[in-house]
Design a protein around this ligand. Structure first.
Ligand code: NOJ
Ligand code: CA
Length: 647
C-alpha cells in the first residue's frame, strides 16, 4: 500500500497494485507534480510531469503542496449486464493526494491514483471552491514518458475519417503527428503497454503527441482552441496505462470498465444483445440505394423479404438503412436534409413494423446524421419518441463527415457531449445503440449498458482494397481493448467484383469470436447464406459471454480467443492470421475437466488463400477433452472457428 516518504525536501507517495508488482509514485518537487510507473522494479513510465494551463488564470502546475493523502483498498466483483465476461473482478489500491497552491489564490486539486494488477490509472479532480468556479482549459499537460525507442501501433488523430484508418507500426521516436489512443506500445523493457482513457464525459478526448523524448497528452480542442470548458466540481477522465507481460494478456484487462460507475439504468431487463442482418451490404455494393428511386433499398416489399430471410436463417433482428427522408443528392454534405420522423413514401413503416412483429423479428432503425449534429439534436427527442411509439428498440446512428456541423471534431468536448446526450436520451426511450463514427470507447457502457456497440475503427465497409488481413490482427490489441466493435462480419460473397473481401470463408466466422460485439451483424445479403454449411456457425455463435480466455497472439500477425456462452455450457473459439499462412497448436485447457465436448471445427482448406481461393473451407467434428490439443492450419488471410458442445 501507499506510504509516505520525505527526502531532500521532496515528497513522494507510492501506491502498489494488489499483487505488489505494479507501483505508481506521485511526487512533488518544488511544487511541481510528476509521477512514475514501475512493474517488477522495471521503469515503464519514467518521471512524467502533470499540470493544467487555464485561460484567464495562472496555470496549475507548480506552487503546489500536498495538504493530505488518503489511501484505500477495494476488492470487488460485479456482474455485467452483457459482455465478454459475466463476473468482473475489480481489485485495486487507491491513493488520493489533496493538493493546494502554496500561495496566491490557493486553488485546490486532487490527484487520484488507482493501481491494479493490470495497470495504473489516475485522474484530476477539481473540488468546489470559492477561488475557482469554472475553467477554460487551454492545455492539460500529462506526460507519459515511456522509452521513446519502443515500438508502437498507431492511427493518426485529427483526420477526416476520424478513427477509420489503417495502423502504422513505428518507433515512438518517429512520431511526427498526434495519434489516437489506445496507443499500444511494445516497450523496450519487454512489456506491452497501452495508453488510453476511461470515463470520458464532458471533456475533449485525449490524443498523444511526441515532444522531444516524451509522449504528452493532446486534448482534442474545440474550434476556438480551448480543450474544455468546465464548471466545478469536475473530474477529468481517467488516464489509463494498461501493462501486460505478453500482448495477448492485454486482452484480459477490464480496467476500463472497472474505472466506470455501475449502471445508472436501474431496470436493465429490456437490454438484450442480438445478431442482425441488414438492408446494408447491398447499399455499399451499389446494388440498391439509400436514396429514393428505382433501386431504393428500404421499400416495404424489400423489408418484408429481408424479414422473411431473418426468420428463415434464425437471425433475430433487421437493420434498415435509407428508410427516412434526406438521402437524395449529396447526403454526405447535406445532413440538414435528414428527417428522422418521416419515412420515404415507398416505405410503410407501420406495415413493416407489424410484419416484423408477426414474424418475431426486431427492427433496428437507422439515423445517419452526416455529422450535422445541430439538425439531429433539434429532432432528437421527437425521433426517439417516434421509434418508441412504433415499438422499435434498437437504433444505429452514424456521423459521416470530417467535422460535426463542419466545425468541431467528433472527439472534441462538443462531440463527447453530443454522444452522451444521445446515450442518455436513448436510455429514457428504452433504445439500444450501435454508434458508427462514434467517440472512442472508454468503458461507459458499464454505466449506460444501452450503449451496445460502436464502430470507431476501420471495419469491413472498407473492403474492396483498403483492408489487409493484418488489420484485424492489430485490432484486438488496440481498438478492441476499449470495448465491442461493429466490424460488420459475415460477408460470404467474398469475390464480388465491386468489393472483393480480403478474407477466406473460415475467417469470416472467426470474426464473431475474436471481435466481440453485443450487437453482431450478419452483414451479407441473405441469398449468399443459402446452402452454405458454414452458416451454421454464425447461427450458433452467441453475442453474450460468460467468460473470455484470450489464448495466443502477436500484434499484427495472429490472434486466437476462446469464449464461453453466457446461456449454455458451449465454448466458441476463433483465430485469425495476417497475410502469412501458419499453423496454430490449440490447447483445450480452458474447457471443463471430465467433460467430453463435440468440437465443430471450421478451418481453411490446404489450398485456401484470401486472394484467389477464398471458399475452401473444411468442416469437421471431433471429440475433445480438457488438455487435448489441435494442430490447425490457417491459410494466408485465413482463420478458424470452433464450437465446443458439451456432451
Ligand atoms: C457509415 C457507416 O459506418 C455505415 O455502416 C453506414 O452504412 C453508412 N455510414 C451510411 O450511414
Ligand atoms: Ca464508418
Amino acid at each position: 500500500m501507499g506510504f509516505f516518504k520525505r527526502k531532500n525536501n521532496n515528497m513522494s507517495y507510492e501506491v502498489a497494485s494488489p499483487n505488489g508488482r505494479i507501483v505508481a509514485t506521485f511526487s512533488l518537487q518544488d511544487g511541481q507534480m510528476s509521477y512514475t510507473v514501475k512493474k517488477d522494479e522495471k521503469i515503464i513510465i519514467r518521471k512524467s510531469r502533470i499540470g493544467f494551463e487555464l485561460k484567464y488564470d495562472r496555470p496549475i502546475v507548480n506552487n503546489l503542496i500536498a495538504v493530505r493523502t488518503h489511501e484505500r483498498q477495494s476488492r470487488d466483483t460485479w456482474e455485467s449486464t452483457w459482455g465478454d465476461e459475466k463476473l468482473i473482478t475489480d481489485n485495486y489500491n487507491e491513493l488520493a493526494v489533496y493538493l493546494s497552491e502554496e500561495d496566491g489564490a490557493k486553488r485546490l486539486v486532487t490527484v487520484r491514483f488507482r493501481a491494479y494488477d493490470d495497470g495504473v490509472a489516475f485522474r484530476y479532480e477539481f473540488p468546489v471552491q470559492n477561488q475557482l468556479k469554472q475553467m477554460a482549459i487551454v492545455d492539460e499537460v500529462t506526460e507519459f514518458a515511456v522509452d521513446i525507442n519502443s515500438e508502437a501501433w498507431w492511427i493518426p488523430a485529427y483526420q477526416p475519417d476520424r478513427y477509420e484508418y489503417n495502423y502504422t507500426k513505428t518507433q515512438l521516436s518517429l512520431l511526427t503527428r498526434p495519434v489516437h489512443t489506445p496507443l499500444t506500445i511494445q516497450s523496450t523493457t519487454g512489456h506491452f503497454v497501452s495508453i488510453h482513457e476511461a470515463a470520458l464525459y464532458d471533456y475533449g478526448s485525449m490524443t498523444i503527441k511526441r515532444i522531444g523524448d516524451k509522449l504528452v497528452s493532446d486534448i482534442t480542442p474545440l474550434s476556438d482552441g480551448i480543450r474544455a470548458y468546465t464548471e466545478l466540481p469536475f473530474n477529468t477522465p481517467w488516464r489509463v496505462i494498461m501493462i501486460a507481460h505478453n500482448a495477448i494478456d492485454l486482452l484480459k484487462s477490464h480496467i476500463l470498465l472497472n474505472l466506470n460507475e455501475p449502471s445508472k439504468i436501474k431496470d436493465t431487463s429490456w437490454i438484450k444483445p442480438t445478431k442482425f442482418m441488414g438492408i446494408w451490404w447491398a447499399l455499399h455494393l451499389n446494388e440498391m440505394t439509400w436514396g429514393s428511386g428505382d433501386r431504393h433499398g428500404a421499400t416495404t416489399e424489400n423489408a418484408k423479404h429481408y424479414i422473411d430471410q431473418c426468420k428463415r436463417l434464425g437471425i433475430p433482428a433487421l437493420l434498415i438503412e435509407g428508410w427516412n427522408k434526406g438521402w437524395d443528392g449529396e447526403w454526405i454534405n447535406h445532413g440538414e436534409l435528414f428527417k428522422f420522423t418521416e419515412a420515404y413514401p415507398d416505405f410503410d413503416l407501420k406495415k413493416v413494423v407489424k410484419y416484423a412483429k408477426d414474424n418475431g423479428v426486431e427492427l433496428i432503425a437507422h439515423h445517419e446524421t452526416s455529422a450535422d449534429v445541430k439538425n439531429y439534436e433539434l429532432q432528437l427527442e421527437d425521433a426517439m419518441k417516434f421509434l418508441q411509439q412504433y415499438g422499435i428498440r434498437y437504433l444505429k446512428t452514424g456521423y459521416v463527415g470530417s467535422r460535426m456541423n463542419k466545425t468541431e471534431y467528433h472527439h472534441s468536448q462538443y462531440g463527447v457531449r453530443h454522444y452522451q446526450k444521445v446515450v442518455e436520451l436513448a436510455a429514457k426511450y428504452n433504445l439500444m445503440l450501435d454508434v458508427h463514427e462514434p467517440i472512442k470507447g472508454t468503458g461507459i457502457e458499464r454505466t449506460w449498458p444501452n450503449l451496445m456497440t460502436m464502430e470507431g475503427a476501420r471495419g469491413q465497409e472498407y473492403e474492396g482494397g483498403a483492408l489487409s488481413p493484418s488489420h484485424a490482427c492489430i485490432l484486438p490489441f488496440t481498438r478492441l481493448l476499449t470495448g465491442g466493435m461493429d466490424y460488420t462480419p459475415g460477408i460470404f460473397d467474398l469475390n464480388n467484383s465491386v468489393k472483393r473481401v480480403a478474407s477466406t470463408l473460415a475467417r469470416q466466422l472467426a470474426y464473431y469470436v475474436v471481435i466481440y460485439s453485443s450487437m453482431q451483424m450478419v452483414a451479407d445479403r441473405p441469398q449468399f447464406y443459402a446452402d452454405q454449411p458454414a452458416f451454421k456457425f454464425i447461427k450458433d455463435v452467441p453475442v453474450d459471454f460468460e467468460k473470455t480466455v484470450p489464448l495466443l497472439g502477436s500484434i499484427g500477425e495472429y490472434v486466437a480467443v476462446a469464449r464461453k456462452d453466457r446461456n449454455s455450457s458451449s465454448w466458441f473459439v476463433g483465430g485469425l492470421t495476417n497475410e502469412e499462412a501458419r499453423r496454430i497448436n490449440l490447447y483445450f485447457d480452458f474447457i471443463e475437466e471430465g467433460v467430453t465436448y463435440v468440437a465443430e471445427v471450421y478451418h481453411d482448406g490446404d489450398g485456401a488463400h484470401y486472394r484467389d481461393n477464398q471458399f475452401e473451407v473444411q468442416i469437421q467434428e471431433l471429440a475433445v477433452r480438457k488438455g487435448d490439443h489441435l494442430d490447425l492450419y490457417l491459410a494466408p488471410g485465413g482463420g478458424f472457428a470452433i464450437k465446443l458442445r458439451a456432451q
